[in-house]
Every structure is written in C-alpha cells, then in structure tokens.
Design a binder for this molecule. Structure first.
Ligand SMILES: [Fe+2]
Length: 157
C-alpha cells in the first residue's frame, strides 16, 4: 500500500483494496463471458442478442476501469493478472455452445452471481467508512440489475 494524503486509515484502505481487487477480477471475467456470448450466439433473436451481449461487455468494461482506478486512488495496486482472474467466483461461460438459450441462461447466471457479490460489497465498504467505494458499488449494482433484466427477460414470459 502506498502512503497517501487520503485520510482513510491504511488498515482500512488495505481491506478495501483487497475487496476491490476481488471484484476487479470478477468484473474482468464477467466481461469475457459477455464477449464469449457475443461471438458465438446463434439462432432466434441472433442480431438482438449479439448486440445486447456486446452492450453488456461495454457496461462491464466501465466497472473494470472504475474499480481498478478506485484501488489506485486508495493507494493499492490493481491486479488484473490471469492468475487473479483464475480465482474468480463467476461461473465459467460455456465455450462449446452456440444455442441462444444456452448463452442467455449462462450469462444470466453470471450476471446474477456478480450482482450478488456487489450488493454485499455496498454494505461491507460502507461499514469500513468508505462512502465513495460504497457509492461506486451501488451504481454498479444498479447497472448489473438492469442488464440481468435485459438478458434474463428472454427466458421469461
Ligand atoms: Fe464484436
């Protein structure tokens, strides 16, 4: 942890950066899942889903950058390494499927898993006295809820 004039205590900044790095790796993985779906989806609603999955990727890319820069703003090091990514709790997106329903189902599961983690992060970071990070996670949570709705709606009637 770097020394900084930021008044949050170093012990708190360390905890915050650990948590933020966990969600950074999950965000990178979620973005890769969306791209995997964007590239390989076929069938009914092809063009709508192809475009929607890329929109999810674009949204998640913003989360990646905002989380990484929050880490460095707090004096930490953003870890977007492949090794970190391998520890992600987000499920693996199927690599050998093209069926639209398989991609919609998998991405819904991935968005939901990510959304659950982020919702918990809002309270954890608030309890650590960092409203700025809690606010970042609140915005992400709202965005993920919206994209889960957009994707999951294809399975509902
Ligand atoms: Fe593309």
């Amino acid at each position: 942890m770097a020394d900084t004039r930021n008044d949050l205590a170093k012990a708190k900044r360390t905890k915050l950066c650990t948590l933020l790095n966990e969600r950074l790796r999950d965000s990178i993985k979620l973005g890769l899942c969306a791209k995997q779906a964007h590239w390989n989806v076929k069938g009914e609603n092809f063009i709508a889903l192809h475009k929607l999955f890329d929109e999810v990727y674009g949204e998640v890319e913003d989360y990646v950058d905002n989380i990484a820069e929050r880490i460095t703003a707090l004096g930490g090091i953003a870890d977007g390494s492949v090794g970190a990514l391998a520890k992600s709790e987000i499920p693996d997106h199927p690599v050998n499927k093209s069926n639209w329903k398989a991609h919609v189902t998998a991405l819904s599961d991935e968005l939901a898993a990510y959304g659950k983690l982020v919702r918990k992060d809002i309270d954890t970071t608030d309890e650590l006295g960092d409203k700025g990070t809690a606010d970042l996670f609140t915005g992400i949570s709202r965005g993920v809820d919206k994209y889960l709705w957009f994707v999951e709606s294809h399975l509902q009637d």
